[in-house]
Design a protein around this ligand. Structure first.
Ligand code: NAP
Length: 267
């Protein structure tokens, strides 16, 4: 029988997850299908709860449902609880387990570049869900000092207070920088100025969670020009997807196949 997984969001038209996961299922010889599930906020809970009865083993959750996904979970992971949001639901034995694989995905992408955050001074730009996951992950991974900067300072202060980390009045020199804002998605002119990076030397490690199939974003290009180790958002996306797939299927994710599919290169 066909087993299902999907992505709950609003909107989800542009999600790369179906291409990535369906390619992985084919590669693993699994009779699974991954579908887009556009659901408005007022229908999220009833839809999510109905999925197991309709043949779903799991779901990814994206904007704007990540906080609600944690709320409906019977078994939240430590990461999901600490971050306050979940991006992966797993349905088994009548219970809903929730995890936040954005955290593990970031760590795995850093490891792939041989970056070990222990002892590093890290700066996270942004104060939304992605920033919260990144800041928590880096703190847990042993970064010596994690600060957060955000355009709206009150949100940075709130995040810093919640996680017991610092907040910066302006981006300052560090060793590892994560762009967890949405700036740079459309390669807009002035992206570096908006993030106050134009006059700053890039640190040795630059992560841009913004992802695109069209080549380097402004923040990636900024890091690359200075010879930094650059981790791009597509790699983090592929690895968070791989962790979700493992939670649902118990199989190791074929990351190369998922990466090709995410890049639109799959046959
Ligand atoms: P979000 O909750 O909407 O947060 C957006 C953040 O961007 C806020 O901190 C906002 O600041 C900031 N921002 C927006 N426009 C700005 C501007 N012009 N100048 C300075 N700051 C600006 O979004 P999110 O869910 O955290 O996601 C953030 C980004 O990460 C998105 O591009 C998303 O696609 C990406 N992401 C990637 C992955 C991955 O796997 N690669 C996973 C999750 C998210 P204010 O508070 O001042 O509005």
């Amino acid at each position: 029988m066909l087993t299902l997984a999907g992505v709950l969001g609003f909107p989800v038209e542009h999600s790369l997850s179906p291409a990535m996961h369906n390619a992985a299922f084919r590669e693993l010889g699994l009779e699974w299908r991954y579908v887009k599930l556009p659901v408005p906020p007022e229908r999220f809970e009833e839809t999510a709860r109905s999925l197991p009865g309709s043949g779903y083993r799991g779901a990814n959750v994206t904007i704007p449902h990540k906080v609600a996904a944690l709320r409906i979970a019977d078994e939240p992971s430590e990461a999901a609880r600490a971050i306050g949001a979940a991006n992966t639901l797993t349905f088994a034995d009548g219970a809903i387990a929730a995890d936040n694989t954005d955290a593990g995905g970031l760590l795995s992408a850093l490891e792939a570049e041989h970056v070990e955050p222990v002892g590093m001074r890290a700066l996270v730009l942004g104060a939304g869900g992605a920033a919260r996951a990144a800041a928590w992950t880096l703190r847990e991974a042993g970064a010596a000092d994690v600060s957060v900067w955000n355009r709206t300072p009150q949100r940075a202060e709130e995040l810093a207070r919640d996680l017991g980390i610092g907040h910066a009045g302006r981006p300052a020199p560090c060793e590892l920088l994560v762009n967890a804002t949405s700036v740079g998605l459309r390669r807009e002119e002035g992206a570096l100025e908006e993030l106050h990076l134009a006059d700053l030397d890039p640190p040795s490690v630059v992560v841009d969670l913004v992802y695109s199939r069209e080549g380097p974003t402004p923040v990636q290009a900024w890091g690359e020009r200075a010879g930094a180790t650059v981790v791009d958002g597509l790699e983090v996306l592929v690895r968070q997807g791989g962790l979700s797939l493992r939670a649902w299927t118990g199989r190791e994710a074929p990351l190369d196949v998922m990466r090709e599919a995410a890049l639109g290169l799959a046959a």
